[in-house]
Design a protein around this ligand. Structure first.
Ligand SMILES: *[C@@H]1O[C@H](CO)[C@@H](O)[C@H](O)[C@H]1NC(C)=O
Ligand SMILES: *[C@@H]1O[C@H](CO)[C@@H](O)[C@H](O)[C@H]1NC(C)=O
Ligand SMILES: *[C@@H]1O[C@H](CO)[C@@H](O)[C@H](O)[C@H]1NC(C)=O
Ligand SMILES: *[C@@H]1O[C@H](CO)[C@@H](O)[C@H](O)[C@H]1NC(C)=O
Ligand SMILES: *[C@@H]1O[C@H](CO)[C@@H](O)[C@H](O)[C@H]1NC(C)=O
Ligand SMILES: *[C@@H]1O[C@H](CO)[C@@H](O)[C@H](O)[C@H]1NC(C)=O
Ligand SMILES: *[C@@H]1O[C@H](CO)[C@@H](O)[C@H](O)[C@H]1NC(C)=O
Ligand SMILES: *[C@@H]1O[C@H](CO)[C@@H](O)[C@H](O)[C@H]1NC(C)=O
Ligand SMILES: *[C@@H]1O[C@H](CO)[C@@H](O)[C@H](O)[C@H]1NC(C)=O
Ligand SMILES: *[C@@H]1O[C@H](CO)[C@@H](O)[C@H](O)[C@H]1NC(C)=O
Length: 398
């Protein structure tokens, strides 16, 4: 397929996502910049979106173009506003790499920077990623722990791809970004799957934005954009703070032990007409298989809004464990709240708790019988970073 038509379909996909967001978020301040990006930065003359710039730059971009070089043509203007001092010099404990789509620093793709990180480095490598949408599929292998992706804001920096379960040989491989390494950190960046939003019942349409399979991972100020199965919170202990998470069906799923604090959760399931009772989405699908596994999702001080009529969770596996505390829920939450995957035998083993939540979706009067209205003592283990042993590994505690 020609690059031009590739490019056009990408734009269409981008706009599908943005359009759907627009519908549910009347004042999407943060979206202005993605719209801005797709309209200007992604214009066809800027072909560096998906292809490396070849003109005056060396293929590997290990050197920054000289800003004032008389023969450097466009480079002057392209790199003029590139921040000085990026990347900072390496220290004894931290290495820095830089990614810029226009070739103004070390690498033009995130994957190239990841590949340049030595295996099993005991230093942390901070990969500084300039604003823009990086249209690539990224994998951080198990052999590269201790990497940080530092973006410029979740509304201005994103890694996006568009695999689906069908195109990628299964949901688990569809992630635009796949992290198998431990001690991975991401800040101020978005992860997107731009596959078209599936029509109800479509097969193989699951499309993961990120799969997080390493232990001790931390996400601050990040965005997760997709529809079905957006965030594969697969395994390990993870922390999400101040994040934006968008999806429709089971859009936070996996068998990790994770704490979500101050996050904004937005459903893009279709609106359900007044008077209809159909359910068309679920926030979580936690996959705890046995009683012995210490896994679960805890949401604290978050908000749930958007469209559709959805469950807080459904029991993907028999011991599914999810707690919502101090969370504001709009009326898109179905009165019964949760679903046992239509398997009543799971009612004895699932652990679905709610504690001090508010908003029209939080009334527990009509909740399913197995839902736990947690008391103070029961809620305590889920309310802070001790749930994920965060005091032992979060960056702020080191
Ligand atoms: C992803 O987008 C590209 C470019 O628009 C398109 O050619 C490809 O078919 C898409 N892949 C899937 C799985 O939809
Ligand atoms: C959006 O991007 C423009 C241009 O890069 C920048 O000037 C502006 O401050 C950004 N706004 C927000 C809300 O991030
Ligand atoms: C960094 O390592 C070098 C060589 O081991 C050592 O001489 C230097 O003091 C270290 N610098 C700091 C700031 O620890
Ligand atoms: C990245 O760029 C900086 C500044 O130009 C340079 O000092 C450093 O060696 C580069 N690193 C790599 C791995 O290319
Ligand atoms: C990560 O880097 C720190 C030093 O910055 C080191 O102590 C630690 O062992 C590294 N972690 C891993 C998993 O390699
Ligand atoms: C596709 O997925 C199946 C099951 O997960 C696996 O056994 C198979 O090796 C995969 N095929 C390819 C080509 O990756
Ligand atoms: C993210 O960006 C905001 C606004 O630029 C900044 O205030 C904040 O410190 C950044 N956070 C992280 C974790 O990088
Ligand atoms: C709860 O979340 C809101 C919005 O993110 C934030 O302003 C507030 O500080 C948070 N409260 C606590 C106790 O973290
Ligand atoms: C909380 O609930 C547990 C389990 O039902 C019970 O054992 C405990 O006494 C309760 N604690 C309080 C403070 O109500
Ligand atoms: C988390 O809460 C528990 C129970 O209140 C408390 O014992 C623990 O010290 C808290 N952990 C942190 C890191 O604040």
């Amino acid at each position: 397929m020609s690059f031009q038509s590739n490019f056009l379909s990408l734009l269409v996909a981008l706009f599908a996502v943005f359009a759907s967001l627009y519908l549910i978020n009347p004042t999407p301040k943060f979206l202005n910049n993605f719209t801005y990006l797709s309209l200007t930065t992604l214009s066809p003359s800027n072909i560096y979106l998906a292809k490396p710039l070849t003109c005056n730059l060396s293929r590997n971009h290990h050197h920054r173009p000289h800003k004032k070089h008389p023969d450097s043509g466009n480079d002057d203007s392209i790199c003029d506003d590139f921040p000085p001092g990026i990347p900072p010099p390496n220290t004894n404990t931290t290495s820095y790499l830089c990614v810029d789509r226009k070739g103004c620093c070390n690498f033009t793709t995130v994957q190239a920077a990841v590949n340049a990180v030595p295996d099993f480095s005991v230093k942390r490598t901070i990969i500084w990623i300039n604003s823009g949408i990086y249209y690539e599929k990224v994998m951080v292998p198990r052999t590269k722990p201790n990497i940080t992706f530092q973006g410029q804001g979740y509304s201005s920096t994103a890694i996006a791809w568009n695999d689906t379960a069908k195109s990628a040989n299964g949901t688990f491989s569809s992630g635009s970004v796949q992290v198998f390494a431990s001690s991975f950190i991401a800040k101020n960046i978005s992860f997107m799957n731009l596959a078209p939003i599936p029509s109800p019942g479509a097969e193989g349409a699951q499309a993961v934005a990120i799969r997080i399979s390493g232990d001790q991972s931390e996400f601050r100020g990040c965005g997760f954009f997709g529809a079905q199965d957006t965030l594969h919170d697969d395994k390990g202990r993870h922390y999400f703070k101040d994040c934006y998470i968008q999806g429709s069906i089971d859009f936070i799923f996996g068998n990790a032990r994770s704490l979500y604090e101050n996050c904004e959760i937005v459903s893009i399931a279709n609106p359900v007409p007044v008077g209809q009772k159909s359910i068309n989405g679920a926030v979580t699908a936690h996959g705890r298989v046995t009683m012995d596994e210490n896994t679960g999702f805890a949401f604290v001080n978050s908000t749930i809004g958007g469209n559709g009529r959805i469950w807080l969770g459904r029991a993907w596996r028999p011991y599914s464990r999810v707690v919502f505390a101090f969370t504001t829920m709009s009326d898109i939450i179905a009165p019964e709240g949760w679903n046992d995957f239509n398997d009543p035998s799971r009612d004895q083993t699932i652990f679905y708790g709610e504690y001090s939540c508010s908003g029209p979706g939080a009334s527990t009067g009509l909740r399913a019988s197995y839902v736990l209205k947690l008391n103070d003592t029961q809620a305590l283990p889920f309310l802070n970073i001790s749930f994920i042993d965060g005091d032992q590994w979060l960056e702020a505690y080191k």
